[in-house]
Design a protein around this ligand. Sequence first.
Ligand SMILES: [Zn+2]
Length: 455
Amino acid sequence: MGKSIDVLTQETVELLQQMIRNQCVNHGTPESGNEDRNARLLRDELEGIGVDFEVIEPAPGRSSMIARYEGTDPNAPSLCLMGHTDVVPVSPDGWMHDPFGGELITADDGTPEVWGRGAVDMLNLTSSMMVAFREIVRSGKRYPGDLIYFAVADEEAGGALGAKEIVDNHWDAIKCDYVLTENGGITTSTADGTTVMMTTGEKKGAFRHLEISGEPGHGSRPYRSDNALVKAAKIVTRMTEYEIAPKLDDMFRERVRALGLGAEMEDKLLDPDQVDAALASLPRGTASNLHSCCQMSFSPNMVNSGEKANTVPDRADLYVDIRVLPSETQDDADRHLRAIIGEDLLPSVKINRLFDSPDGPSMSSTDTPLWSALTDSVQMAYPTARVVPSMVTGGTDARFFRAKGVPAYGAGLLSNKVSFAEFGSRFHGHNERIDVESLKLTTELWLNVCNRLWA
Ligand SMILES: [Zn+2]
């Protein structure tokens, strides 16, 4: 006999609170993260229900856990629920409540919310996936395919000590045919109906380090000096002024429609001649998201130069975060970068590739049984909803699976209390929190997807 959804929601709330309090903060250094704390907590959740699990610890304290509930038919497709257990750092001064308190607080409008770092990225999903997985195992329900629960470390620093390591070197442990992970399920209701966005793809990182050279000289005589920092500044300026023709494709159109901005704004955003002006008129959060969803982006984020305040630097190092669209390549990034640098400065610049996303697709087709199961399951909660594929601008662990040809979707299901703009602002932002209704919808979603996928 299965537990009621209200009981399961309560389990998700409590598990999420504990995961937040474990403070698995990933600073990008090998000794941070301490995901061991959440891995141990999750392992304890499986105690005594008779399911096998494996812990992989590529570096001290950086554990990931894989639990596999075997299906009855070795040929049936398997599904992996993947949630990361780490979170990003906080600036506590910006918070109204303790970022690691995991408190359940009732908002002014009566909505109960769980507060804390990780409440939307993505301990809400990691905890609800565990509750759904455990409920399935505990109830004795058997599906044809394997159901895998994967609590993974180090997502917030690129996955070298988490998904990347495990996909590259422990594929037998994690192998699966489908993946559900962060993030999706933003729900927008307008006069035209309800739209729910699920993530089918993401942009690809093409980070670059530019070594810019000049001639050293005395800082008292800058006239006609060959100053590497000045060249770096020119490149930065050119980068911010560089224009790329936006790709206003079907996915972009769906995204614009899903935001419910009104017909007039939609028309402008989908018109190549008006899109720039339309973006300029929107709030920054929405505008920056839409901007990045229709073009390659360049963000110059770090520069170092010089040794001494009285010496003209002969070297500057500029680091640029470039993200290409799923349809674009690393070579496309370099081609645009060279155009930005310009003929005059190119001889002084050496371009180094810092970090490339894996080759291969960064977009999953919706022509799969899992997508149908996901759509049907969303419609159990929102009967008239249109479920549309969408893209995220950042990177997730899904990319390691997509690169291996495994369809991976960013899922979840939010109440309509969380708008697109609000959701975005909580990601890595202050006052991160999730309403209990969204935790309920998401817990139920995983259970329904399993029922539908293997029906
Ligand atoms: Zn995340």
